[in-house]
Design a protein around this ligand. Structure first.
Ligand code: GYE
Length: 353
């Protein structure tokens, strides 16, 4: 607020008075100059604080790109390898600051983490959504805050796909198809199948089931006689397989597990039940983690469809490209293979996860 100084002096009747007048005027001018300088400094500081204005086209903080990542949890070997890939890649890049948050399998924790990232004003938000639905509101908040969102590994189900910039990860429907095609190629077309599904409502569980069913539809002899979620965990796979065996026993010819961890848990249940996994019950699963290769080398798992968790490099390439103002593809699909038991021993040492 401007301050008014009212100054009244008697007159300039003699030298002393004139001198005094001049001094006071000089003093007032100096004061005004100092004030102007202060205002100028404050304005300059404000301009310098506008992010990105002096940063070579990048939105930066101390020259770094801040990425907030909300991970689902640590439910499987796949997830652990995925976290490792993201954290180690961030550590390799000096321009990246990673804020990592573990949701411990709970959607509400993921939503909270994303809100915290928005409040912190990170440059990019990335996350692997535990389930497909229920993220609409928080994604709108991120969009309103001008923060781009990258989906890694799993998709979300939202009407407005401008709420995320890219989805990088596997084609889960295709993985389900590959599992079913392998059975058909092996002539296993007259079989009772039990299915261990992943987390209810998650993209890989929905899509892998869709792909598998799409392919077996053409084979009337391939029947899914039991299907239930084992939540992508070893303990879940073991527990549900025990229930399947109790209900169907020797009637089961094939197990289709949506991931290796559940297959490994189920192998234990099958052995405890007194059947031979890999022979009495043919087992097809997805991920291709080390434990699956070990089970294949031991002859207990028949085939695993690869699903790569090594998304760290792709994630930070995309974040950097976004900050450079580049347009990135809406969908980045990971390339993947199928590994049957016969090649397991040869391949196992070259596996990175
Ligand atoms: O197959 C499973 C994990 O989303 C692709 O999640 C991922 C899946 C993976 O827990 O093991």
């Amino acid at each position: 607020m401007a301050k008014t100084l009212i100054w009244s002096y008697i007159d300039a009747s003699n030298d002393w008075h004139t001198n005094c007048n001049v001094k006071i005027i000089i003093l007032l001018k100096e004061l005004e100059l100092k004030r102007s300088l202060k205002v100028l400094t404050v304005m300059l500081m404000m301009i310098m604080c506008i992010p990105g204005l002096f940063a070579n086209g990048q939105k930066e903080d101390d020259g770094k790109i801040v990425v907030g990542f909300s991970q689902i949890g640590a439910e499987s070997a796949w997830r652990v390898a995925n976290t490792e890939s993201i954290q180690s890649e961030a550590a390799k890049r000096s321009n990246i600051v990673l804020k990592f948050s573990d949701a411990q399998q709970k959607q509400e924790n993921q939503i909270k983490a994303i809100r915290t990232f928005i409040a912190q004003g990170v440059d990019v938000i990335a996350f692997s959504p535990v389930v497909e639905t229920g993220f609409e509101a928080v994604l709108k908040e991120a969009k309103e805050a001008g923060i781009p969102v990258i989906l890694t590994d799993r998709a979300v189900d939202v009407a407005d796909d401008s709420l995320w910039v890219t989805f990088m990860g596997s084609d889960f429907v295709e993985e389900g198809r590959k599992a079913a095609r392998w059975l058909i190629e092996k002539g296993l077309t007259d079989v009772n199948i039990v299915e261990l599904q992943g987390t209810v409502g998650s993209a890989p569980a929905i899509d892998r089931k869709t792909g598998f069913e799409e392919v077996i539809k053409s084979q009337p002899g391939m029947k899914i006689i039991k299907t239930q979620s084992g939540d992508f965990t070893r303990s879940g796979g073991k527990e549900v397989m025990e229930a399947f065996l109790k209900a169907e026993g020797d009637n089961i010819n094939v197990l289709f597990a949506h991931n290796d961890d559940m297959a490994i848990g189920a192998i234990q249940a099958i052995e405890e039940y007194g059947l031979i996994p890999g022979k009495d019950i043919i087992i097809v699963s997805i991920d291709a983690v080390r434990g699956a290769f070990e089970a294949m080398v031991a002859g207990k798992l028949n085939v695993t469809v690869e699903c790569s968790p090594l998304l760290g490099p792709q994630l930070f390439d995309a974040a950097e490209a976004l900050m450079r103002g580049e347009k990135i593809p809406k969908r980045i699909v990971t390339k993947e293979d199928v590994f049957p038991m016969e090649v397991a021993a040869k391949v196992i040492d070259s596996r990175a996860y």
